[in-house]
Design a protein around this ligand. Structure first.
Ligand code: ATP
Ligand code: MG
Length: 230
C-alpha cells in the first residue's frame, strides 16, 4: 500500500504487448509525471493511449519495464490504486441504483451535505433539485435520464467526493458538441486544479490549459513540450 506522497508517476522503459508475439503497442516508453502536473497525451486512434492509461492504473501488467506510483509498482498496489487515481472515461458508467449511490461510489462515507456541495461545484445542483425523488431518484443502467455532458459531470462529482490526488481523463469529451465540450473542459480544469491531470485526447481543443503535451505514435512518445511550443 502507498503510504504517502508525493504521488509522482514514473514510467520506465515500458513495453506492452497484448499477446506474446503480437505487435508492441508500447515500445520503450518513459515518462515522469510529478504530482500536480497537467499533462496531455495526444495520439491517433489505436496509438495506445488507453493501453497506457490501463497500465498507469495497474489494470494491465507491463510486458517489460514498469510504472510506479510514489515509488511502488502500480500492479503491486492492486485495487487500492483507486484511492490515488480517479478515472473519467469516454462513456462514464452509471449503475442501476439511486443517483446518491451513483455519486458515492468510491466514498460511501460522503454525507448528503458533501454530495450537494460537489453537485454545485460540477454544475448539477439545479438538475438534481429538479429530479422527482431528488437524490433518491433511480438511475437506469444506460443513464438515459442524463445527457452525455451530465454523465461526465456525475463522473467528475464522484472523483471530487473520492478526492484522489491524480485524475486520468481518457477522452472524456468525445462525442459531445463543441459548446458542451468546452463547458465541460472548463469545469474539469477549474475543479481539478490542485490535482495531477493526465488528459488523453486525440484533438487539440483545450490543450492550451495544459502544462505539457506528449505525442504517442508507433508505440513511442515522439514529442514533448508546452502547448505553445507545439
Ligand atoms: P482510441 O483513440 O481509438 O481510443 P487508443 O490510442 O486508446 O485509441 P488503444 O485502445 O490503447 O488505442 O489500442 C492500441 C492498440 O492495441 C490497438 O491496435 C488496439 O487494436 C490494440 N488493443 C487494444 N485493446 C486490446 C485488447 N484487449 N486485446 C488486443 N489488442 C488490443
Ligand atoms: Mg482509447
Amino acid at each position: 500500500k502507498v503510504q504517502e506522497g508525493p504521488f509522482d508517476i514514473e514510467i520506465q522503459h515500458l513495453v506492452f504487448q497484448y499477446e506474446e508475439n503480437s505487435r508492441k503497442v508500447l515500445d520503450d516508453v518513459s515518462l515522469m509525471v510529478p504530482q500536480g502536473e497537467k499533462l496531455a497525451i495526444l495520439g491517433r486512434s489505436g496509438s495506445g493511449k488507453s493501453t497506457l492509461a490501463s497500465l498507469i492504473r495497474g489494470d494491465l501488467t507491463p510486458t517489460n519495464g514498469n510504472v510506479q506510483l510514489a515509488g511502488i509498482a502500480t500492479e503491486q498496489i492492486g485495487d487500492n490504486i483507486s484511492e490515488y487515481i480517479g478515472v473519467i472515461q469516454q462513456v462514464p458508467y452509471l449503475f442501476h441504483t439511486t443517483i446518491l449511490n451513483n455519486l458515492r461510489i468510491g466514498n460511501e462515507q460522503a454525507d448528503v451535505a458533501q454530495v450537494w456541495e460537489v453537485l454545485e461545484r460540477v454544475g448539477l445542483k439545479q438538475l438534481a433539485e429538479s429530479l422527482p425523488d431528488g437524490l433518491n431518484t433511480m438511475v437506469d443502467e444506460a443513464g438515459l435520464r442524463f445527457s452525455g455532458g451530465e454523465r461526465h459531470r456525475i463522473a467528475l462529482a464522484r472523483i471530487l467526493l473520492k478526492d484522489t490526488p491524480i485524475v486520468l481523463l481518457d477522452e472524456p469529451t468525445v462525442g459531445l458538441d463543441p459548446i458542451t465540450e468546452q463547458a465541460l473542459i472548463d469545469t474539469f480544469f477549474e475543479q481539478l486544479k490542485e490535482k495531477t491531470i493526465i488528459w488523453i485526447t486525440h484533438h487539440l481543443q483545450g490543450i492550451e490549459k495544459m502544462q505539457r503535451v506528449v505525442f504517442i505514435e508507433d508505440g513511442q512518445l515522439e514529442m514533448s513540450g508546452s502547448p505553445l511550443e507545439l
